[in-house]
Design a protein around this ligand. Structure first.
Ligand code: ATP
Ligand code: MG
Length: 268
């Protein structure tokens, strides 16, 4: 089992889109995928669920003993198994967050108890910025995907996410590394292009790839399906495929390397 949270320091930078479309590409390649929505927005369902209306219950019900885990998970696009966050009122959300704060390793321990097939990839959609959800996700992570936009704001907030990854992941012997996806790249816009070049120089070997600004992405969301199904020939479909390829390559390379804190093996 390889646990892969998709994280960012800023909101609205494409985490849910990336989570859903990496899942879709991974199952297309024959991988077993569990997609967990760790974000109270409960939005991953709009990309992946066969019927988003059936995602009112999920992670929170199961975690609080109100529903068996097997019933909280449901088959979704292409064979992805989806565990939605569920639609939760403010009191239950706060109680759940207190539970997470009291037991910081809860997610990792719970996933270990699922005894998933060893080649399963568990992708986690997270809310933006530091939160109990991001802490849980990074503590459980084997490989992290960071989404950034090609703009000055994303560049300026990179250190926030780098500090979080350093704190919860880098010193762990089972941590395989961090990959960055630069989203909404638009080569036709001068500033966007210039910031992308700065990001590329900064991220070097940790850059998984780019997602171009592509109208097929919001259109796919509007029709409640992954981009590869909505627009298989689009630039975005090609970009998600390249990012998936590189992520799997990084994970495979790390799995073959001798166990040691990955902090000693920076690809930069
Ligand atoms: N490459 C892209 N091209 C065009 N639109 C995009 C692209 N990536 C994401 N979007 C659009 O940007 C919006 C935000 O994306 P998304 O919801 O995935 O971000 P997020 O990081 O999950 O947001 P939040 O922090 O609120 O969870 C969506 O409307 C999505 O369709
Ligand atoms: Mg999101």
């Amino acid at each position: 089992m390889v646990v892969v949270p998709i994280v960012s320091s800023k909101g609205g930078v494409g985490k849910t889109t990336i989570t859903a479309n990496l899942c879709a590409e991974l199952v297309r390649r024959g991988r077993q995928v569990l997609a967990i929505d760790l974000d109270p927005q409960n939005a991953l369902r709009f990309h992946l669920a066969n019927d988003p209306d059936t995602c009112e219950s999920g992670l929170v019900e199961a975690a609080t003993g109100l529903m068996p885990w097997a019933r909280a998970m449901q088959p979704a696009h292409g064979g992805v198994i989806l565990l939605p966050f569920g639609t939760v009122d403010d009191e239950r959300q706060i109680a759940f967050e207190q539970q997470l704060a009291q037991y910081p390793g809860w997610l990792g321990d719970t996933l270990a108890r699922f005894a998933l097939p060893p080649d399963t990839l568990v992708l986690l959609d997270t809310p933006p910025g530091p939160s109990v959800y991001m802490q849980q996700a990074l503590r459980a992570a084997h490989f992290s995907v960071v989404s950034v936009l090609s703009d000055a704001g994303s560049f300026a907030t990179l250190p926030i996410i780098e500090r979080m990854v350093d704190k919860y992941c880098r010193t762990r012997a089972d941590y395989m590394g961090t990959g960055y996806v630069v989203n909404q790249v638009d080569p036709g816009k001068r500033l966007n292009h210039d910031v992308f070049e700065v990001l590329r120089a900064r991220l070097r070997g940790d850059l998984l790839g780019v997602l171009h600004l592509d109208q097929a992405v919001p259109e796919a969301l509007a029709s409640a399906e992954p981009v590869q199904r909505y627009a298989p020939m689009s630039q975005a479909t090609q970009d998600f495929s390249s990012c998936t390829e590189r992520m799997l390559g990084r994970i495979a390379a790390a799995a073959q390397a001798p166990l040691s804190p990955r902090s000693l093996e920076s690809t930069r």
